[in-house]
Write a protein that binds this ligand. Structure first.
Ligand SMILES: C[S@@+](CC[C@H](N)C(=O)[O-])C[C@H]1O[C@@H](n2cnc3c(N)ncnc32)[C@H](O)[C@@H]1O
Length: 227
């Protein structure tokens, strides 16, 4: 039997290097995600949104164009620098990009309360032992009635049982170059959100939500509201 790596021994620099390389070639998809389309009608115009792991800012720009003020965090310095450089002039006053690990955020990083927190394809990028801390932070900085919107890979995703990667933790695999995927179990997600003080308004677990080339993942989409 393979020995599980100690989670604490995971090298953060490898993870950052993976994402820096991923965005260095400029080939990432620039169109906003279908999840952003799904979320937009739920978000109040002129409100403040905090984005966990913005990547190349395709959804950040989309929300800002639609009248939402965004603070967007990402662990990759390269992508944050590119995003700042590429921000259209008319959106500059609506967006603040911050190069920071979102598992280390504190209420000071948000400055004031926000109406929405948005996490697309970033919950499965962190280890299980960080989830509680992130959810507690989200609950703390959201206004009462605020929304936590999540799209993440489920354990029903074919990649989960594909045999690819090295198992390093429960439901978690590490691939070449340090990339990790922590596939999320619906019951755990619902339980963790409820324990952090969220009401679950909607949970969808399905494929055909975000098809990219041969990848048609089974995803969890969640709309959770702060009690
Ligand atoms: C699969 S991409 C998704 C990007 C974007 N949300 C989208 O849907 O296009 C995951 C992003 O999360 C970022 N990320 C991963 N772990 C992070 C962490 N702990 N803190 C901040 N950003 C992180 C990566 O750098 C990467 O940009």
């Amino acid at each position: 039997m393979k020995k599980e790596k100690n989670q604490l021994s995971l090298n953060k620099n490898d993870l950052i290097k993976y994402w820096d390389n991923y965005y260095a070639d400029n080939k990432s998809n620039k169109e906003n995600s279908s999840f952003a389309d799904y979320c937009l009608p739920l978000i109040k115009n002129n409100s403040r949104l905090l984005e966990l792991g913005c990547g190349n800012a395709r959804d950040t720009y989309f929300f800002a164009k639609n009248g939402i003020h965004v603070i967007a965090f990402d662990i990759s310095k390269i992508v944050i620098e590119k995003n700042i450089e590429n921000t259209p002039i008319d959106l500059k006053s609506k967006i603040k990009f911050v190069n920071k690990d979102f598992t280390l955020l504190t209420p000071d990083d948000s400055k004031s309360y926000v109406s929405t927190i948005y996490s697309r394809f970033t919950l499965h990028a962190i280890l299980k032992n960080k989830i509680h801390k992130v959810f507690n932070f989200c609950h703390k900085v959201l206004l009462d009635g605020g929304l936590f919107l999540i799209e993440t890979r489920s354990i029903k995703d074919p990649l989960f049982s594909s045999g690819k990667g090295e198992r390093i933790d429960e439901n978690t695999f590490q691939y070449e170059n340090g990339h990790i995927r922590h596939f999320i179990e619906k019951k755990d997600l619902v339980k963790n959100l409820s324990e952090a003080g969220f009401i679950i308004e909607k949970v969808v677990e399905s494929n055909n939500l975000s098809i990219v080339g041969d990848d048609n993942p089974v995803l969890l989409r969640v709309v959770a509201r702060k009690k």
